[in-house]
Design a protein around this ligand. Structure first.
Ligand SMILES: *Cc1c(COP(=O)(O)O)cnc(C)c1O
Length: 547
């Protein structure tokens, strides 16, 4: 059998640790979970990303609910290993020099996946160039294009300089698609296509990165602009990074089955595969469930599909572990917000990027109805978290709305907003809530992964049928659907599901709910994993046999 080819994985953001704040949300968390699973599997893979000296941002929210942002203070040298190698990328007609820092993701069997963080903050660069790796997603479109050029073009250059010889190039979203141009300098178009894999995460046309032709020409220069023209990527007067990624790849995939359909409509004529996202199970299982799995399902950390045997864990044990996770969360809520919530009350978690399409506050639209349900059936506590992009007024307004409701409402409906959603807070929430709520406007959710993290902790989702939940939802078995697959009234469907299914399950049928928790683990926790994802990408995208 030929040696396994080396794979290079490119991502604009990555969430390896909270202390390395080079991520904004789901895309970065997915990348990190994927690399952990690649390391567990011993896949020969190296990843490239950018180092952002100010990270994304730290979130504070004042009493009025206004989001206050501050740069993240961190010292790369404390967490990453500086490398000697440097490369240069020509941007705006002058070379921008890039160094690299290394982080090693270690797998269960000892294999290592290196992650290279490219850094333009070097004394040889002028001030403008040094600022290219300052912050994630926060500059104007010129800043963004330059960052993406460093990632794609600089990333290829750096891998070569470091002695890597990858034969597969995996673009995690369109940001790195300029790497196609670098590869075309060396290989025939057919060879480039055979080597490239493109994963899209964006179900709405407006979500795809686009840059106007004059900007592209100014930043990348005439030659590369000519290359883009000959690839047909500037025909509309704009460079669409997803189209470039697709043009350069023989394997293009969406991140859930539903998202594949949406992507095919968006890019007619393109053959789109789907690899549904997953989570790195050992990373997201809370301590009480980890102990439980250690007792009942040996080997679960390596073979996540063994969680199928969660079906044999006694219900009392599931309930006990869940109670401990919930207590841990509620203790944190006291520490973070001063609010002491009721261990016995139905606790719903809603942690989302605060942006309009996520419909984060759908549950609060008719809070009187919520109050009357709570009076009739039992109290409801809702924990919210999530950052708004600083420029997203609608997103900021959602946080204001949540904070206002948290001031206004009191038992039997309590609402708490927790600041600065990050990996640590996510771990507590997905394990400690009773129900995980997700109500984005369809079909905007490409996949979503937080509900998968909840599932490995026996926390059922209550979610609209979009993204991964179309595959994961067995209504009344692994969680509950809000509405149907077709367009519908999400608000009415949400209140109906709460009133008719979720509240009665929690308050009137604890045994039934424990069974639901167990099925969430055995049916969803065993499948929606990055271990499975790595296997699927290896077989179908990288064409590696035997993994
Ligand atoms: C998992 C995770 C996300 C992504 O979750 P979605 O379900 O896509 O909303 C975002 N941010 C953090 C901190 C996470 O842990």
């Amino acid at each position: 059998m030929p040696a396994t080819p080396e794979i290079a994985y490119f991502t604009m953001e990555i969430a390896l640790e909270d202390a390395i704040p080079t991520f904004s949300g789901g895309l970065g968390v997915l990348a990190a979970d994927y690399l952990r699973a690649a390391a567990d599997a011993g896949l020969p893979l190296a990843a490239v990303t950018l180092l952002y000296h100010e990270g994304f941002f730290r979130q504070r929210v004042d009493e009025q609910g206004s989001q206050l942002e501050s740069p993240v203070d961190w010292e790369p040298v404390e967490l990453l290993e500086p490398l000697e190698e440097a490369v240069a990328v020509d941007l705006d007609g002058r070379p921008v020099r890039l160094g690299a820092w290394r982080y090693q993701v270690k797998g269960v069997g000892g294999a290592v996946v290196p992650v290279y963080f490219l850094d333009a903050d070097r004394p040889e660069n002028d001030d403008a160039a040094r600022q290219l790796t300052d912050r994630l997603y926060l500059g104007d479109s010129g800043h963004r294009l330059r960052q993406e050029a460093l990632l794609g073009l600089g990333g290829i250059e750096m891998l070569r300089r470091l002695g890597h010889r990858p034969t597969k190039f995996h673009m995690n979203e369109g940001h790195s698609a300029l790497l196609v141009l670098s590869l075309l300098e060396e290989h025939e178009p057919l060879v480039v296509r055979e080597r490239c894999v493109f994963t899209t995460h964006t179900p709405v046309p407006a979500g795809h990165d686009r840059f106007e032709a004059p900007l592209v020409e100014r930043v990348l220069g005439e030659e590369r602009t000519g290359q883009l023209r000959s690839l047909g990527c500037l025909e509309t007067g704009e460079l669409n990074m997803s189209e470039l990624g697709i043009a350069g790849s023989s394997y293009v995939n969406a991140v859930s089955r539903r998202h594949k359909e949406v992507t095919e409509e968006m890019f007619p004529g393109v053959e789109v595969a789907s690899v549904t996202n997953g989570v790195h199970v050992a990373t997201w299982v809370g301590p009480s469930f980890a102990r439980l799995y250690d007792r009942y399902i040996s080997g679960w950390r390596v073979g996540n599909d063994l969680l199928r045997y969660g079906s044999g864990i006694p219900l009392e044990e599931i309930e006990k572990a869940h109670g401990e996770e919930k207590q841990r969360l509620l203790d944190q809520v006291v520490d973070r917000s001063g609010r002491r919530l009721d261990q016995g009350a139905l606790t719903i978690g809603v942690a989302r990027r605060a942006t309009a399409y996520k419909q984060t506050t759908l549950l609060l639209r008719d809070s009187e109805r919520l109050v009357s349900m709570a009076k009739q059936i039992g109290p409801i506590q809702v924990l919210f978290a999530g950052k708004a992009h600083p420029a997203d007024r609608g997103g900021r307004a959602l946080i204001e709305e949540i904070v206002a409701e948290s001031e206004r409402l009191s038992a039997p409906v309590e609402v708490v907003f927790l600041e600065d959603y990050d990996l640590r807070l996510a771990s507590l929430l997905v394990a400690g809530c009773d129900v995980w709520l997700n109500t984005p406007a369809k079909p905007n959710e490409a996949s979503g992964t937080s509900g998968m993290k909840a599932a490995v902790n026996g926390v059922p989702s209550l979610s609209v049928l979009d993204g991964w939940w179309v595959e994961g939802c067995l209504d009344g078995v692994t969680g509950w659907a809000v509405g149907t697959l077709e367009e519908g009234d999400d608000e009415a469907a949400l209140y109906a599901a709460l009133e008719e299914k979720v509240l009665p399950a929690y308050y009137e049928s604890p045994n039934g709910l424990a069974e639901l928790r167990r099925s969430a683990i055995s049916l969803n926790g065993s499948f929606f994993t990055t271990e499975r994802m790595v296997r699927e990408y290896a077989r179908f995208a990288y064409k590696i046999v035997g993994l």
